[in-house]
Design a binder for this molecule. Structure first.
Ligand SMILES: Cc1cc2nc3c(=O)[nH]c(=O)nc-3n(C[C@H](O)[C@H](O)[C@H](O)COP(=O)(O)OP(=O)(O)OC[C@H]3O[C@@H](n4cnc5c(N)ncnc54)[C@H](O)[C@@H]3O)c2cc1C
Length: 558
């Protein structure tokens, strides 16, 4: 989640070989010859892909110099691009490549809300088991806090509002069905051939989908990842995030193991929906890699809402009692009486049984595909990889950017590297977090002299709601250039607010630019343009000055 300010350094001859050595210029052909060259292994009754009948397609070097020793043999492929996995990255790359005139096929596993070796669905993790269903459940769970807030504004209810779990699940699942349909339409309208089944690479230009072989000039691996759970006794009783998003009933008491963003988001969801929530983290603090003050602040605010954090506790076993309740045994003791134990302990790339070892695609220790250059090429020059399977920055917009950049690189004749600088991100905890740029710790390491501006205040809404809600905001400024290096917020609407400010941080604007911007009043966001005095000045030398800014935000903005 934490995003580097600089592009990762990657070096490889892969891109150079693609553009400078081997590949002839794209050949324009009004009727793609790739259709004519469909492999004999394809179903002979297969209909002409819409793309080929509807559009005039450019054909990208379907005839290609194959040998490295100069003895060039012509080879034809079924497709210019064959994508394995129709999640965020795969759909984006395939659609854009097809729009650029390439003949494209994508294979994807059959639909299921719970992923497995044999189930997935068009749209991928974000749409079916990640961002979208998660945010829908966040919306559902926020109401309870809003009901609590409403009393101070004069609302009373004769009876406590009731929540119907099955309505929420049914409506959420109907929306997922609608979205997977939309994604299929997007691919269809772009002229991409969608093949349902499990893809496996057979050789650098051939993919096997459930026994049928398809050849392609380029293969894109965009298979994403799946939840990972440690192999402790009783792990079969635990659920992962896929299952947690699709439970048949509300948990009475849930243990969530993990201190990352997914763990905190689910803690907020179940807490808001009135489950008793315990979070178990191995470390002292949640959200490793985030700004230290944000880590402290969010945990404090979540505790105030009734979530119990068990820090420095590693689970060792799950035990099921005769009446069905679960106990979690940790290094510090045993907590009993859980209806559910959820593990949010990371994800692993879906690289098993993909044929990668056979064709020589290099992988990292945790099974992620190693990209050997900044253009998402793998160690096999005709095979490319984008998204979570590469374990670079595992976020949907990043997978989209990588997919789009790859389409430009391969089919637009405009080689483009994904730009990893100042990627904004959010945690949809309650309260939520938004951040862009460097943490204070990273800024000190990279720039030495920085000024830190913070505000920790009671938002206007809390003055009448009477709830202990607060907001924390932070600007990190380079003391020598005045450039804003990092911007962090925890409080209502922070994801929405930080998305706007991310433009300024990415553009390299200075604190002076922020200061000359007029605030929108009364908002919490205006604090980012009205922070006048640094909370601390950090210099390479020993002197640090400044005052902590823990005053209540002036209600009338004066
Ligand atoms: C609970 C949760 C919440 C998240 N929340 C956010 C968020 O708020 N914001 C954000 O930016 N990101 C979020 N993410 C991360 C985001 O979902 C991923 O970064 C993104 O989906 C990655 O896209 P991708 O294309 O790499 O892979 P995926 O979207 O995972 O797509 C991979 C696809 O490949 C298919 N597949 C796998 N193997 C094969 C095979 N052999 N053959 C055919 N198909 C195959 C899979 O079925 C899947 O559909 C969240 C993730 C989770 C789990």
């Amino acid at each position: 989640m934490v995003t580097p300010f600089t592009t990762p350094k990657l070096t490889s001859p892969c891109f150079h070989s693609l553009f400078c050595r081997k590949i002839p210029l794209p050949i324009y052909s009004p009727l793609s010859s790739s259709f004519l060259s469909l492999s004999k292994t394809l179903n002979p009754n297969r209909r002409l892909p819409l793309s080929h009948s509807r559009h005039q397609r450019r054909h990208f070097a379907a005839v290609r110099a194959e040998s490295d020793n100069g003895a060039e043999s012509a080879r034809r492929y079924d497709f210019d691009l064959f994508t394995i996995g129709a999640g965020s990255g795969g759909v984006r790359a395939s659609r854009f490549a097809a729009n650029m005139g390439a003949s494209v096929a994508v294979c994807e596993l059959p639909f299921s809300t719970i992923s497995s070796e044999t189930a997935g669905g068009v749209g991928g993790t974000c749409v079916l088991r990640g961002c979208v269903p998660k945010k829908l459940l966040v919306y559902a769970s926020k109401y309870s806090h809003e009901f609590d807030e409403s009393h101070g504004f004069g609302w009373t209810y004769d009876t406590e509002p009731k929540h119907d779990w099955s309505t929420l699940m049914a409506n959420k699942n109907a929306e997922l069905q609608r979205l997977t349909g939309i994604y299929k339409n997007i691919l269809n309208n772009a002229g991409v051939t969608l093949i349902e089944g499990r893809g496996k690479i057979v050789d650098p230009h051939t993919v096997d989908v459930d026994g049928k072989l398809y050849t392609a000039r380029h293969i894109l691996i965009s298979v994403g990842g799946r939840p990972f759970m440690p192999n402790i006794p009783g792990i079969e009783y635990a659920i992962d995030s896929d299952v947690a998003l699709d439970l048949p009933s509300r948990p009475g008491k849930i243990a969530i193991v993990g201190g990352g963003y997914i763990a905190l988001e689910f803690a907020g969801i179940f807490n808001g929906l009135k489950s008793e929530v315990h979070v178990f983290i191995r470390q002292k603090k949640v959200l490793r890699g985030f700004d230290e003050e944000i880590r402290d602040f969010v945990a404090e605010q979540m505790s105030l809402r009734g979530i119990e954090f068990h820090t420095e506790e590693s689970p060792q076993a799950i035990v099921k009692s005769s009446e069905g309740s679960l106990s979690l045994k940790t290094n510090k003791g045993t907590v009993e009486g859980f209806s559910h134990v959820m593990f949010a302990t990371g994800r692993r790339p879906n690289t098993k049984n993909l044929g990668l070892e056979t064709v020589g695609v290099k992988m990292t220790e945790n099974g992620a595909i190693e990209v050997v250059d900044e253009y998402s090429c793998t160690s096999v020059p005709s095979i490319w990889a984008v998204g979570d399977v590469t374990d670079r920055v595992n976020l949907t917009p990043v997978a989209l950017m990588e997919g789009m950049a790859l389409a430009d690189t391969l089919f637009k004749n405009e080689p483009r590297k994904p730009d990893y600088r100042a990627i904004p991100s959010a945690v949809f905890s309650q309260p939520p977090i938004g951040q862009v740029g460097l943490t204070e710790e990273q800024a000190i390491q990279q720039y030495g002299d920085i000024d830190v501006y913070t505000a920790n205040f009671r938002p206007l809404k809390a003055t009448l709601s009477g709830l202990p809600d607060r907001v924390f905001m932070k600007l990190i400024v380079c003391a020598t250039t005045d450039r804003v290096l990092g911007l962090h917020m925890c409080g209502d609407d922070s994801a929405e607010i930080v998305q706007g400010f991310a433009v300024a941080v990415k553009a390299g604007l200075t604190k002076a630019d922020f200061d000359t911007t007029i605030g929108i009043h009364p908002t919490s966001a205006e604090e980012f343009v009205t922070m006048r005095t640094p909370t601390r000045k950090i210099r390479k030398g020993p002197t640090s000055e400044g005052t902590p800014d823990h005053e209540a935000k002036a209600p009338a903005g004066v």
